[in-house]
Design a protein around this ligand. Structure first.
Ligand code: 2HA
Ligand code: ZN
Length: 284
């Protein structure tokens, strides 16, 4: 049997949550991450697998029946994952239409998956309808994005446009923009359902006065999404109180779309200004 601690998905998970902690995004038990595991991959490491325990999820997710996830534990600290992965992480397989989860490995102190498991599983289901290659859902509390939700309009188009204008790279990294939920009680099925609905149109969902959710195909890409949005929010907070002299115009953002082959969220940029007589109705 292959050594589970050497599995690429395990090595990458430990590396990423440690990195998230080092970025200051996951104080104390803040944040949670789940990765959908490829069946062929995890079976190499857990061949004669049986359920150690069955944990009730409190929701249904029939689309995820039989699927396996590597997930962070409730009340656990990201900074401790590297020292005791088997306590702070778990591998679970959903069954009974998602109503129960079989614990296959981990949470060895009797623990359980993150309190945000509903938001994670519902977001996986929603994102995989848009992108069947989606495998990761990540939540954390980055300070600048969080701070921005206290001083900036929560209108999704306005919030996204501000971020796009803060760094040239933003529109390339998240052309689908950022969706925003108003403050809601966390850890509930309600916030899970609301997050999943927002995930249908964007890979980033801000939870006002709380943090951010991101979805992606792998841990690196998903981390990079949050990192880029957080950097833009940092720049916004550095300049928000100063007179704005320059910005990235919509025309420039359109140029980025063309150069990098991305398409900004429909209607979130001003229509392209096309020069020439046809635009002014002066056709000869
Ligand atoms: O588990 O971040 O939203 C800690 C959290 C809850
Ligand atoms: Zn949180």
């Amino acid at each position: 049997m292959k050594e589970l601690m050497r599995a690429p998905f395990m090595v990458e998970m430990i590396r990423i949550v440690t990195n998230m902690y080092d970025h200051g995004w996951d104080e104390r038990n803040g944040g949670n991450v789940s990765v959908l595991l490829d069946e062929n991959e995890w079976k190499e490491y857990l061949p004669a697998v049986h359920a150690l325990r069955v944990i009730s999820t409190g929701f249904a997710a029939p689309e995820l029946e039989g699927k396996c996830f590597l997930v962070t534990g409730t009340g656990k600290y990201f900074r401790n994952v590297q020292y005791a992965p088997d306590v702070n992480l778990g591998i679970v397989r959903l069954r009974d239409g998602g109503r129960n989860a079989e614990l296959l490995w981990g949470f060895s102190d009797g623990g359980s998956f993150t309190s945000e498991f509903p938001a994670h599983m519902m977001s996986h289901a929603a994102r995989r309808k848009v992108d069947p290659k989606n495998r990761v859902v990540m939540h954390c509390h980055p300070a600048n994005l969080l701070a921005m939700t206290y001083v900036h309009s929560l209108d999704e188009r306005a919030f996204t446009r501000t971020l796009w204008q803060m760094c040239t790279e933003c529109i390339i990294v998240f052309p689908d923009g950022v969706n925003v939920l108003p403050w809601m009680l966390c850890g509930t099925n309600e916030i899970g359902e609301a997050t999943a609905r927002k995930m249908e149109t964007a890979r980033l969902v801000v939870w006002a006065q709380h943090g951010i959710y991101a979805a992606g195909r792998d841990l690196d890409e998903t981390f990079g999404l949050i990192e880029t949005a957080e950097k833009a929010a940092e720049i916004y907070l550095k300049i928000a109180h100063l007179p704005l002299v320059n910005t990235i115009s919509d025309e420039a953002l359109h140029q980025l779309e063309v150069r990098f082959g991305v398409k900004a969220r429909e209607g979130w940029l001003a229509p392209e200004l096309r020069s020439g007589p046809d635009v002014r109705g002066e056709a000869k």
